[in-house]
Write a protein that binds this ligand. Structure first.
Ligand code: NAP
Ligand code: MG
Length: 470
C-alpha cells in the first residue's frame, strides 16, 4: 500500500501540523517500507474537536442506521482483506496465512459481532418506576498497540460506534499502515465525517496529548502495564472514564488425568502464535511432577513444528518479533532464564537467521515461580514449564503473579477443570482446549487491567446511564 501523508480528520485526509515523520520498518529484514506523519498536540486537538462536533449527530442517529454503518465498515474491511493481510505481514512480520486467518479474519468476525449487537442491543431498560437510558459516553480516545494492529482497533472502534460514541484513534507507531487502511475503510463505509478520526504519532507526544485532552470523555487503552498506569492516573485526575487492557502472564494448568499430549501441543501452539506477542499467551505451563519430564520432552518436540523465517513463505509458522527493542527485550529474558538456573530445552539466545528480528522458539524447564521468566511478561516465543506437587500448589503458582488475564485448565473431566478455574484469579479460562469466543468478555483481574472488551460487556463500556423516574 501507499502510505498517506496526512491525518484522517473530519472525514478527509488533512496535512499534519508538523513535519516530523515515523519510519515504518519491516521486522523480517529491517528495511524501511514507508513513513507516516508523527502527529503532535495540534493534530490531536483538531481531531478531538472534529469528534466533539460530530457527537450530537451520531449519538442521535437511529440505532438501525448505526448498525447498518458498522456492517458497512465490516464489509469494507472484508473487501480489502488481502491488502490488510499483506500490510500486517509487512509491518508486524506475522506469517501471511496467520495474518489472513487470524489478524484479518478475527477482526472482521469482531466487526460482524458488533454490527449484530448494534442492531439488537437494548439501549433502554425499565426498573420499577424508572426508565434507564443507556447513552453514549461521548468522545473516546482509543490508544492501541502493535501486536494485533487491526483487531485491537476494531475491538474498540466497532463497539464505540455501535454505542453512539465518536472517536480519535492513536495507533502504535510500529504499525500505522494498518490503521491508515482502517481509516480508509471507515471512509468507504460512509460513516459521517468526524465520527472517526486518526492521528498517527508516538505515544509520549500524540498518545499523551490525546489521553490528557479535556475534550475526551473515555480513554480506552491497550498496551503495557507501565503506560496503562500513567494513563489511568491522568484520566483519574480529570475524572474521566478509563478502560485498560494490559499485560499478562497466563497459566496453562495441566491436572493429573488430562490428555497430556494434547494439552502440551495446544499450549505450545498458544505461546508460539503471533510469535508470542499476545497479552493472554499461556506462557507458564504447570505440570504435576509425576508427568513433568514427559511434558518437557513433548514441549521440546512440539516447538520443532514452528519453523521461523520469511513471513511470506508458506511453510513459515513463526515470524520475527516486531522491532529491535522487543528483540533485545526478549533475548534479555532468555539470558535471564539461563542465569537464574532454568534448563533450556529448546531454542535459546542464538539468532536463527542472519537478518531480521528473529527469536528461536524457546522452552525452559525447571522454572521456579520466583524466576523473572515465571513472573514477567516476555512478549516473545518463550515458554516456561513449572512443576507442582498437588492442586493447592498448582493454584498458588497459577495465582502467584501480579497479572490475571488469560488461563487454561486441562483435566480428566470438565467438572474438575471448572472447579479449578473458579479459583483462578483471571479474566478468562479455556477449559480442556476451549476455543476463543468473540462474544465472551475479555479483560483482566489484578494488574491486567480495568474494564472488558468484546460482546455486550464490551459495548457496555461505551455507555453511561440516565434514569428517568415516573
Ligand atoms: P506501550 O508502550 O504500552 O504502547 C501501547 C500504546 O500506547 C501505543 O500506541 C503507544 O505508542 C502508546 N503510548 C506509549 N506511551 C504513551 C503515553 N505516555 N501516553 C499515551 N500513550 C502512550 O507498549 P509497547 O511499547 O508497544 O510494548 C511494550 C510492552 O507492552 C510489550 O513488551 C508487552 O509486554 C506490552 N504489550 C502488551 C499488549 C497487550 O495487548 N496487553 C500489547 C502490546 C504490548 P507508541 O507505539 O508510539 O509507543
Ligand atoms: Mg512503544
Amino acid at each position: 500500500m501507499k502510505a498517506q501523508d496526512g491525518m484522517y480528520i473530519d472525514g478527509a485526509w488533512r496535512p499534519a501540523a508538523g513535519s516530523d515523520l515515523i519510519d515504518v520498518v519491516n521486522p523480517a529484514d529491517g528495511q524501511v517500507i514507508a513513513s507516516v506523519p508523527a502527529g503532535n498536540a495540534e493534530d490531536v486537538d483538531a481531531a478531538v474537536r472534529a469528534a466533539r462536533a460530530a457527537l450530537p449527530g451520531w449519538a442521535a442517529t437511529p440505532q438501525a442506521e448505526r448498525a447498518a454503518l458498522v456492517a458497512a465498515l465490516r464489509d469494507a474491511l472484508v473487501a480489502h482483506k488481502d491488502e490488510l493481510a499483506d500490510t500486517i505481514t509487512a509491518e508486524l512480520g506475522a506469517p501471511l496465512a496467520f495474518a489472513k486467518a487470524v489478524h484479518v479474519g478475527g477482526s472482521t468476525a469482531v466487526a460482524s459481532s458488533f454490527a449484530e449487537l448494534a442492531a439488537s442491543y437494548a439501549f433502554e431498560e425499565r426498573i420499577g418506576n424508572s426508565t434507564v437510558l443507556l447513552e453514549p459516553v461521548g468522545v473516546v480516545a482509543a490508544i492501541t498497540p502493535w501486536n494485533y494492529p487491526l483487531y485491537q482497533i476494531v475491538a474498540k472502534v466497532a463497539p464505540a460506534l455501535a454505542a453512539g460514541c465518536t472517536l480519535v484513534l492513536k495507533p502504535a507507531e510500529d504499525t500505522p499502515l494498518t490503521a491508515q487502511l482502517f481509516a480508509r475503510a471507515v471512509h468507504e463505509a460512509g460513516i459521517p465525517a468526524g465520527v472517526f478520526n486518526l492521528v498517527t504519532g508516538t505515544g509520549p507526544v500524540a498518545g499523551q496529548a490525546l489521553a490528557a485532552h479535556e475534550g475526551v470523555d473515555l480513554v480506552s487503552f491497550t498496551g503495557s502495564t507501565a503506560v496503562g498506569r500513567k494513563i489511568g492516573a491522568t484520566a483519574g485526575a480529570a475524572v474521566k472514564r478509563v478502560a485498560l487492557e494490559l499485560g499478562g502472564k497466563s497459566a496453562n494448568v495441566v491436572l493429573p488425568g488430562a490428555d497430556l499430549a494434547k494439552a502440551v501441543a495446544t499450549g505450545v501452539g498458544h505461546v508460539m502464535a503471533n510469535t508470542g506477542q499476545r497479552c493472554n499467551a499461556l506462557t507458564r505451563m504447570l505440570v504435576h511432577r509425576d508427568q513433568y519430564e514427559e511434558a518437557v520432552s513433548l514441549a521440546a518436540a512440539a516447538v520443532a513444528k514452528y519453523p521461523s523465517g520469511d513471513p511470506r513463505q508458506d511453510d513459515t509458522r513463526l515470524g520475527p518479533v516486531v522491532n529491535a527493542q522487543q528483540h533485545e527485550r526478549v533475548l534479555g529474558y532468555i539470558a535471564r532464564g539461563i542465569e537464574e538456573g532454568a534448563r533450556l530445552v529448546a531454542g535459546g539466545p542464538d539468532a536463527p537467521h542472519e537478518q531480521g528480528y528473529f527469536v528461536a522458539p524457546t522452552v525452559f524447564a525447571d522454572v521456579t515461580p520466583d524466576m523473572a521468566i515465571a513472573q514477567e511478561e516476555i512478549f516473545g516465543p518463550v515458554l516456561s514449564i513449572l512443576s507442582y506437587e498437588d492442586e493447592e500448589e498448582a493454584l498458588r503458582i497459577a495465582n502467584g503473579t501480579v497479572y490475571g488475564l488469560g488461563g487454561a485448565v486441562w483435566a480428566a473431566d470438565e467438572e474438575t477443570a471448572v472447579a479449578f478455574a473458579r479459583r483462578m484469579e483471571t479474566g478468562q479460562v479455556d477449559i480442556n482446549g476451549g476455543r476463543y469466543n468473540v462474544l465472551a468478555p475479555f479483560g483482566g483481574h489484578k494488574q491486567s487491567g480495568v474494564g472488558r472488551e468484546l460482546g455486550s460487556h464490551g459495548l457496555a463500556e461505551y455507555l453511561q446511564t440516565k434514569s428517568l423516574q415516573f
